[in-house]
Design a protein around this ligand. Structure first.
Ligand code: SAM
Length: 305
């Protein structure tokens, strides 16, 4: 059998380590709390990667403190393997992946666990979720979905489909730096392509009036009319607040996002936890568990007491 290459380098170490730690803590608590209460508990990884992550530790020259070191390559678990290891086990794991090489690595992972119920789907996660999620019987099922794209790849319609199940808890790594880049300071800097990408991600074109100055016409002393260039009025924090407001229009509960990286600035991602279940008891439990995990994961100076 030819060996499948599951090497996959992504993200900076502090971002990747933190997001996967928070995810693991939650899915572990989720499986423990819901086991036996629902006939089926599932884990869905929409941007699953390979199941592994590769960390390169750079070579160092000799210095007065030590000898030269060669580059080393370390292999750690990615989100798919982390979910497989959760005890008690998820009844089903669904991995979606667009890239063939990554899909092959996930298929290999599946073969290594013949006793587990694992679905590996190749394709655009947006298409798969939008066309298939409603086919499941969500009445006896509770699930966690992890949305961990490289950039702005999650369509609003995909989030609406997830919210419509009323049964899925969501961890969504939102690319705040991606939005910041697309939402240029001057509105004239936003071409058709960028405009469409922002609208696809936020599910409305109203972001233009929410995030940018209104169009104003000025008349000078001689009666000549001129327009000022419309500029973005929202800074990074304002963009994040707007995203949170948007998510709260479709999910019954969205916690304040976790800033990543956790200590360094600028902020690159907002890690969101959202709940699609409207039941007050489910909201209370998820708020308690996810709220605690997010709060204790913060650097000590920014924790709420
Ligand atoms: C940041 S990596 C995911 C890492 C993974 N969560 C882990 O911890 O190992 C993003 C993955 O999404 C895949 N991807 C990108 N666009 C996609 C899409 N539209 N649908 C499904 N997968 C996609 C990429 O090939 C890549 O493997």
């Amino acid at each position: 059998m030819t060996e499948v290459d599951d090497s996959h380098e992504f993200g900076s170490e502090d971002v990747t380590e933190t997001k996967l730690r928070l995810l693991e803590e939650y899915i572990q608590a989720f499986a423990t709390a819901l086991r036996g209460k629902f006939p089926r508990i599932w884990y869905i990884d929409a941007f699953a990667g390979t199941g592994s992550r590769t960390i390169r530790i750079g070579a160092t020259d000799a210095n007065m403190f030590g000898e030269a070191k060669e580059e080393t390559v370390d292999r750690k678990r990615g989100s798919a393997r982390i979910a497989l290891d959760v005890q008690p086990h998820f009844d089903r794991l669904i991995f979606m992946e667009q890239r063939k090489k990554h899909y092959d690595a996930l298929m290999e992972l599946r073969q290594q666990h013949p006793q587990r119920d694992i679905f590996v789907l190749q394709g655009d996660a947006n298409d798969i979720i939008q066309s298939q999620l409603h086919l499941a019987d969500w009445r006896g099922t509770r699930a966690v979905i992890f949305l961990d794209p490289y950039g702005m790849n999650v369509d609003w319609k995909t989030l609406e489909c997830i919210a419509a199940t009323g049964a899925i808890d969501v961890w969504y790594l939102f690319s705040l730096s991606g939005l910041f880049r697309q939402a240029a300071r001057n509105i004239s800097g936003i071409d058709q392509h960028k405009r469409a990408a922002i609208t696809r991600m936020l599910g409305t074109s109203e972001w233009e009036s929410e995030l940018y100055q209104r169009e104003e016409v000025f008349t000078d002393l001689f009666g000549t009319e001129s327009k000022h260039e419309r500029q973005r009025i929202a800074d990074v924090a304002g963009l994040e607040r707007y995203v949170t407001r948007r998510l709260r229009t479709i999910f019954p509960m969205v916690l304040e996002p976790f800033a990543l990286p956790p200590v360094r600035r600028p902020q690159i991602f907002s890690l969101y936890f959202a709940l699609s279940n409207k039941d007050p008891k489910a909201i209370g439990l998820a708020k308690k568990i996810a709220g605690h995990i997010l709060n204790s994961g913060k650097p000590s100076h920014s924790r709420s007491r």
